[in-house]
Design a protein around this ligand. Structure first.
Ligand code: CTP
Ligand code: CA
Length: 224
């Protein structure tokens, strides 16, 4: 019994992780997206599952396939779809990690026919999507909430602002300034900031190793 609890510290925990990009439709054949591969979120899902958690991965369009006995993948396309799926599962979750690169804007009108080109320039009106993580922070019950922050300037201050604004327990600052870190890479360089403003900086390492560092921190904050 003691041994099982030690080796599977996240046993009986339900963890939801969002991962990947979102695609916001312009017309039936075009969308606005981003370069997120989904890799960081998927590595977090695998790490959580290996630590004994029951994992739900809400995954935007990604080339990576996940097969793990304790990971349920719920594929979504748009920010709106991701929001609906996350809301459904939120009440039953113990931990939520928002690793997805959610679009901040979507086309105001989605054309049901393919847009035809015309002479001159084209403008597409965009409207804000829901900030999913902020909504989760505003509706927090018992959940432990972890966000990411992707910054290119004023990194620490911006990340601390997001931690507060979104009512998070922990934020993972992801620096795009470091060569080899971020979106399309296999490696990442992170800084962890918790709600007590403890700041911990890590070396550049594989996303698998980064996922372990993040869970080590989560488990210590949860006294697991
Ligand atoms: N996020 C979200 N829903 C959105 C936008 C972002 O859940 N519509 C989440 C991301 O998954 C991430 C965190 O919010 O965990 C921060 O995302 P980021 O893009 O760094 O910050 P924003 O709050 O969107 O602000 P900005 O892009 O202007 O820096
Ligand atoms: Ca954003």
């Amino acid at each position: 019994e003691q041994h099982i609890l030690k080796t599977l510290p996240l046993k009986n925990k339900k963890i939801l992780i969002t991962a990947g990009p979102t695609y916001e439709a312009i017309d039936p054949v075009r969308f606005i997206g981003n370069h997120s591969s989904g890799k960081m979120g998927i590595e977090l899902a695998k790490t959580a599952a290996n630590l004994g958690a029951q994992v739900i991965c809400v995954l935007g369009p990604s080339a990576i396939t996940v097969t793990h006995k304790h990971i349920t993948v719920l594929p979504v396309t748009s920010a709106a779809e991701m929001f609906e799926t996350v809301k459904t599962h939120y009440p039953s979750c113990d931990v939520v990690i928002s690793a997805a690169a959610v679009a901040d804007y979507r086309p105001k009108q989605v054309s049901d026919q393919k847009l035809k080109k015309k002479d001159g320039d084209l403008s597409i009106a965009l409207e804000r999507t829901t900030d999913i993580l902020r909504w989760l922070g505003d509706h927090k019950d018992k959940q432990y909430l972890v966000g990411f922050a992707l910054e290119t300037e004023n990194e620490l201050a911006n990340a601390q602002g997001k931690l507060k604004r979104k009512n998070l327990d922990l934020i993972v600052l992801n620096s795009l300034n470091d060569a080899g870190a971020g979106f399309k890479n296999e490696t990442n360089k992170i800084t962890l900031i918790d709600h007590k403003q403890n700041i911990q900086t890590f070396e550049l390492k594989s996303k698998t190793e980064v996922a372990k560092d993040i869970f080590e921190k989560i488990m210590s904050l949860l006294n697991l």
